[in-house]
Design a protein around this ligand. Structure first.
Ligand code: HEC
Ligand code: HEC
Length: 162
């Protein structure tokens, strides 16, 4: 099984589109009910595109940027205490730490960086960077969904499979 995305075509399409347009009731609906592993709050819905709901016009407090880091490509175990660093065009940076579910988020006013945004992860002695910057999308999972395939880069992970 290939776990990585990336025909050049997919990559270009993902990066050019910013993946999707931010809000719609139908999209929120398509995510279904709470998976139930965690109560509604900072740990809920790991791996889902948080800002489909957490946005103006969504059904929850707007976030500037949010996502989930999993431990490995072949596992849904969370990668906790990972430092997610974002670098703006002017060299400014901000970071957040993933929580027990592997989630991180910046509430409105907490990020304060303009796009394009470069992304780097640090944890367990590993460094992992996205080669291309974010241009618009505010949910990592807008592009990084399971399963990896023609329309998704697959979930974000910290460590390679053993
Ligand atoms: C399907 C819609 C939906 C998705 C997807 C979703 N949430 Fe939420 N979230 C809600 C709702 C509804 C609430 C409760 C209302 C509120 O607190 O704004 C909530 C509450 C929260 C809260 C508590 C709000 C507060 O003020 O502290 C946090 C934190 C949170 N979610 C984080 C996340 C993260 C991180 C993700 C992605 C990994 C995510 N949510 C994905 C709908 C969603
Ligand atoms: C617009 C689509 C898109 C968004 C949004 C996006 N990514 Fe990516 N990401 C990609 C693509 C495509 C790749 C593979 C090519 C590359 O590295 O640029 C990738 C690769 C990565 C990698 C490197 C994976 C490896 O092979 O080591 C990491 C880490 C990563 N992304 C983290 C994130 C984080 C964290 C976020 C949210 C803050 C995010 N990405 C948001 C499309 C996206």
């Amino acid at each position: 099984m290939t776990r990585r995305c990336c025909s050049l075509g997919l990559l270009t399409a993902l990066l050019a589109s910013g993946c999707e347009d931010p809000t719609s009731a139908a999209r929120i609906e398509s995510l279904g009910p709470e998976p139930g592993d965690y109560p509604v709050g900072p740990n809920h819905r790991p791996g889902q595109p948080c800002t489909w709901c957490h946005s103006e016009g969504g059904n929850a407090e707007p976030f500037e940027l949010a996502g989930t880091i999993f431990l490995r490509p072949g596992s849904r175990a969370p990668a906790t205490s990972v430092r997610v660093r974002l670098f703006g065009p002017d060299g400014k940076q901000r970071s957040a730490l993933t929580n027990d579910a592997g989630n991180f988020f910046f509430r409105r006013g907490e990020l304060g960086l303009s796009h394009p945004l470069w992304v780097k992860l640090e944890g367990q002695g590993q460094l992992r960077a996205m080669q291309t910057p974010l241009r618009r999308e505010r949910s990592c999972a807008g592009c990084h969904r399971d399963p990896a395939g023609p329309s998704s880069a697959g979930h974000i992970y910290l460590l390679e499979d053993p």
